[in-house]
Design a binder for this molecule. Structure first.
Ligand code: TXA
Ligand code: MG
Length: 350
């Protein structure tokens, strides 16, 4: 397939290209587009054949449901059976933005989109390219992250092209994504609502609306064979670069010592080591490919750089990646959730 690529500025939209992409979506094609979290691989959510193409292009397991993207709150009414009051409150506060709400689905949503579940995840992105694309397509857009299944989600145009050139009709490039990790998924089919995937809208932010909201305790633990997360996507190995990732956890100075120790061992076995460091520590590592995620003082920047950095280690052909860890609060919960999954829960105590 010949993939067209166009770049545009969120604040100076190329309306002609968006209308062309909207038509492709309406007629059953695939379009990659930027959102504030990660890039999405979109198709008409109401067209089962179009949705099947997403699963093929990504190599995605069939039992993993897709998030449906809308451009305004009105558009969700036909897609769901009911909207509980708490869901209205959350939408009012956090939309447009990095939050997906799970609601009981209407018959309009094909089972290909919801992977056979009787619920559907819905999100209104804040990125203006995404919203205008959805508006001109005149249909709700199903969109998983625009990566080959299992790889870290793409946060810029180049990474989308790496994974999906030749597999989709169109790729729209915007700026590097703001948030950098996927949306927070919150299940509002139950009360109190439960966070199924941590993200840019944090537990602390939810609790300002309703202090009973909680995080599914299963998701930060290493999955065992009986593990059945409510978000099917959370059970797969994910966010994984080609080299194995190990997380070193402990006090920061001990972490640095431990990582240097492991580097020594690996170098003696002729291995190239990548270190996912921070501005505070990067100068203290030797004999490794060192990339800083940013300053520990700003976890938002760490989240924004996380997936891109994991992928840069692939470009540098390292044999192993050692990562520092972060405090599990605020967006740190989402950062550690993605890191642990990319490491297959391989955690070394410093
Ligand atoms: O930020 C995002 O959410 C990005 C952008 C493109 O919007 N999309 C994204 O989609 O991350 P995806 O497909 O990579 O992840 C969707 C997650 C999966 O873990 C899936 O299992 C869960 O949401 N999910 C979707 N619908 C669900 C449902 N009805 N019930 C439970 N979990 C659901
Ligand atoms: Mg994904």
């Amino acid at each position: 397939m010949n993939t067209k690529v166009v770049k545009m500025d969120e604040h100076n939209l190329d309306k002609g290209s968006l209308i062309e992409c909207g038509k492709i979506l309406r007629e059953g094609g695939l379009v990659v587009f930027p959102t504030e979290t990660v890039y999405g691989l979109g198709a008409n959510a109401l067209n089962a054949e179009a949705v099947k193409k997403i699963f093929e292009a990504k190599g995605r397991p069939q039992d993993n449901p897709l998030i449906v993207h809308v451009c305004d709150i009105e558009s969700i009414k036909p897609l769901v059976k009911e909207i509980p009051e708490i869901a209205c409150k959350l939408m009012g506060k956090f939309w447009p933005g990095p939050m997906t709400i799970i609601l009981p689905k209407s018959d309009l949503i094909p089972e290909e989109t919801s992977a056979g579940l009787d619920s559907v995840g819905i999100r209104m992105p804040s990125n203006l390219i995404a919203r205008e694309l959805i508006r001109v397509s005149e249909v709700p857009i199903a969109a998983p992250s625009a990566n080959i299944s299992g790889r870290p989600s793409p946060t810029d145009l180049e990474r989308c092209m790496e994974d999906l050139m030749g597999k989709v009709d169109y790729i729209i490039g915007g700026e590097k994504c703001d948030v950098g990790v996927e949306s927070t998924v919150i299940d509002c089919t139950i009360y109190p609502p439960c966070v199924l995937r941590p993200g840019g809208i944090t537990l602390e932010m939810f609790r300002e609306v309703d202090d009973k909201i909680y995080i599914d305790p299963a998701i930060m633990k290493k999955p065992d064979k009986d593990f059945k997360p409510k978000a099917p996507g959370m059970k797969y190995r994910h966010y994984a670069p080609k080299a194995p990732v190990k997380i070193v956890q402990g006090e920061l100075n001990k972490t640095v010592e431990k990582i240097n120790e492991i580097i020594k061992e690996c170098v003696s076995e002729n291995k190239i080591v990548g270190v996912m460091a921070t501005d505070e520590t990067a100068n203290y590592y030797k004999n490794a490919v060192i990339i800083s995620l940013g300053s520990r003082k700003n976890l938002n920047t760490i989240a924004q750089n996380l997936f891109g950095t994991l992928r840069s280690f692939d470009d540098k052909k390292v044999d192993i990646i050692l990562s520092e860890s972060f405090e599990e609060e605020g967006i740190g919960i989402a950062i550690m959730n993605r890191l642990k999954k990319s490491a297959g829960f391989d955690i070394i105590k410093a």
